[in-house]
Design a protein around this ligand. Structure first.
Ligand SMILES: NC(=O)c1ccc[n+]([C@@H]2O[C@H](COP(=O)([O-])OP(=O)(O)OC[C@H]3O[C@@H](n4cnc5c(N)ncnc54)[C@H](OP(=O)(O)O)[C@@H]3O)[C@@H](O)[C@H]2O)c1
Length: 230
């Protein structure tokens, strides 16, 4: 994929900022969407990248060929995006919509659904994929380790859409790993619950560790251990 396509990033939070930064650095035109266009314009200016432009969410999605939902996708905005994402690749990066019940054990259980599957049912005419769910925002400022890209899990059922996303991610300082169909998003959600629960339980912050190291370890070690290849 060349660096000339327009990519929408919906949401100006931690993940939206990180995605916009790496996409622009790779030469893509980034249409940064927000509920408040001034906020998106302000962030575009802060990022200092000519290729990032701020606007309203719906406008960004309507002008792009690939749309990243970099916000918690259980909101009503998804319905507003439906008419402007028909036939497009939509990448939902949400980790979860609801906290699992306290007795949920992410070592032995997977959730009964995932944000990505729910988004796919709400956007039936878009090609919904999942990616970056277990890539912590802090990693975007330092995605390379010893010059090596960090793997990113990608899930989805639409072969052509997935091929387009894999190609896009290869232009970034990340290495895409095809982790299967959209249903596999449940496994990534369980992985997220497992890591955050263990991190809290073992006082990860108090021990001076950071999400960058944790996220990188998870993404680097797991694909070969599971037999998944970039
Ligand atoms: N943080 C991480 O390390 C991480 C890692 C993997 C996946 N994720 C997932 O990435 C998504 C974004 O996380 P984040 O950390 O970037 O969150 P965040 O910093 O809170 O930012 C989310 C952004 O979404 C927009 N937003 C908030 N409420 C909204 C609503 N009701 N409708 C539409 N847009 C809304 C806001 O942008 P505007 O105010 O400009 O509209 C906000 O800045 C979440 O689904 C999260 O599960 C996060």
């Amino acid at each position: 994929m060349s660096g000339t396509s327009s990519i929408a990033v919906i949401g100006t939070g931690n993940m939206g900022r990180g995605l916009a930064r790496v996409l622009a650095a790779a030469g893509h035109t980034v249409l940064l969407g927000s509920r408040e266009p001034e906020r998106a314009q302000q962030l575009a200016t802060e990022l200092g990248a000519e290729r990032v432009r701020g606007m309203r969410n719906v406008e960004a999605a309507s002008r792009a060929s690939i749309v990243f939902l970099a916000y918690h996708s259980n909101d009503t905005l998804v319905e507003e995006l439906a008419p402007v994402t028909e036939g497009k690749v939509v990448v939902d990066i949400s980790t979860y919509h609801e906290e699992p019940p306290p007795d949920f054990n992410p070592l032995t259980q997977v959730p009964s659904g995932s944000p990505q599957e729910r988004t796919a049912s709400r956007l039936p005419r878009a090609h919904v994929l999942g990616a970056f769910q277990v890539t912590w925002a802090q990693l975007f400022s330092e995605p390379l380790l010893d010059g090596r890209k960090t793997p990113v899990f990608v899930v989805g059922d639409h072969a052509e859409a997935k091929a387009a996303l894999l190609a896009l991610i290869r232009t970034l300082p990340f290495e895409p790993v095809d982790a299967g169909g959209l249903r596999q998003a449940r496994v990534l959600a369980a992985m997220y619950f497992l890591v955050t629960r263990l991190a809290r339980q073992y006082g990860f912050r108090e021990h001076g560790h950071d999400w960058r190291t944790l996220s990188r370890s998870l993404n680097v070690l797991l694909p070969p251990a599971l037999g998944l290849r970039p």
